[in-house]
Design a protein around this ligand. Structure first.
Ligand SMILES: Cc1cc2nc3c(=O)[nH]c(=O)nc-3n(C[C@H](O)[C@H](O)[C@H](O)COP(=O)(O)O)c2cc1C
Length: 204
């Protein structure tokens, strides 16, 4: 490959931008239409390309299907999130791996010694896990949308309860639960306003 050449990147057309951003909504009800295991696996195969610091990739995903697994999850959701979680054909529990650094020699082969730096610095390890897992969670929502499915992200749940239920060895800490499916009846609340451009963006 000629490393001196300057690559040209494609741009998403308006339809794709609508699917991922401008027209994408947070779903609150779901149709009975099933979501297949292949769709769920493919969602991760897209989301895994999210950039992370030191390529650390601390996010872990537990897909929960209808049945006893979903019942075990629903009881830890806040009251207002129970009905929608109980109706979602698939739910993802997103968690951070507190021992993500054990994979550093694999994911950052040119700097394997960073594993020991993380091992010896609890503050840096925890902040890296939290920040990057959260960043990956955002990409996960986009990947759900890219598959023509609606996402319903929720932080309203008892994280300690979910961790004890599904991650009893203490290594994984849940950060977000995401309902996944095709939208049901009256799936959207009214679109809430986004901050005006000038309240957010500065130029210098
Ligand atoms: C991190 C996060 C946590 C959220 N937690 C909840 C929740 O616990 N319950 C809920 O009904 N909606 C929850 N939401 C949904 C937001 O309220 C919703 O995404 C926001 O109002 C924008 O809606 P829109 O995507 O339809 O424009 C959460 C969203 C995010 C990203």
């Amino acid at each position: 490959m000629d490393t001196r050449s300057e690559p040209t990147l494609d741009r998403l057309d308006a339809k794709a931008q609508h699917l991922l951003f401008t027209g994408a909504r947070t779903a609150n009800t779901f149709a009975d239409t099933p979501v297949t295991d292949a769709e769920l696996s493919d969602i991760w195969e897209l989301a895994k390309w999210a950039p992370t610091s030191a390529n650390s990739q601390p996010l872990r995903v537990l897909f929960v299907r209808p049945g006893p697994g979903r019942d075990r999850l629903v009881k830890h959701m806040n009251e207002g999130n129970r009905a929608k979680t109980a109706s979602a054909p698939a739910v993802a529990v997103l968690a951070q791996d507190t021992e993500f650094h054990t994979h550093i020699p694999t994911v950052l082969p040119f700097r394997p010694e960073l594993k020991d730096v993380f091992a010896g610095n609890d503050t840096m390890r925890t902040s890296t896990a939290t920040f990057n897992a959260t960043l990956q969670a955002g990409y996960f929502i986009l990947a759900v949308r890219a598959h023509g499915l609606a996402a319903g992200p929720m932080s309203g749940f008892d994280a300690a309860g979910v961790d004890a239920e599904f991650f009893p060895d203490g290594r994984h800490r849940s950060i977000l639960v995401v309902n996944i499916g095709h939208p049901g009846k009256d799936p959207w609340l009214g679109r809430l306003p986004r901050l005006p451009h000038d309240d957010v963006v500065q130029w210098i």
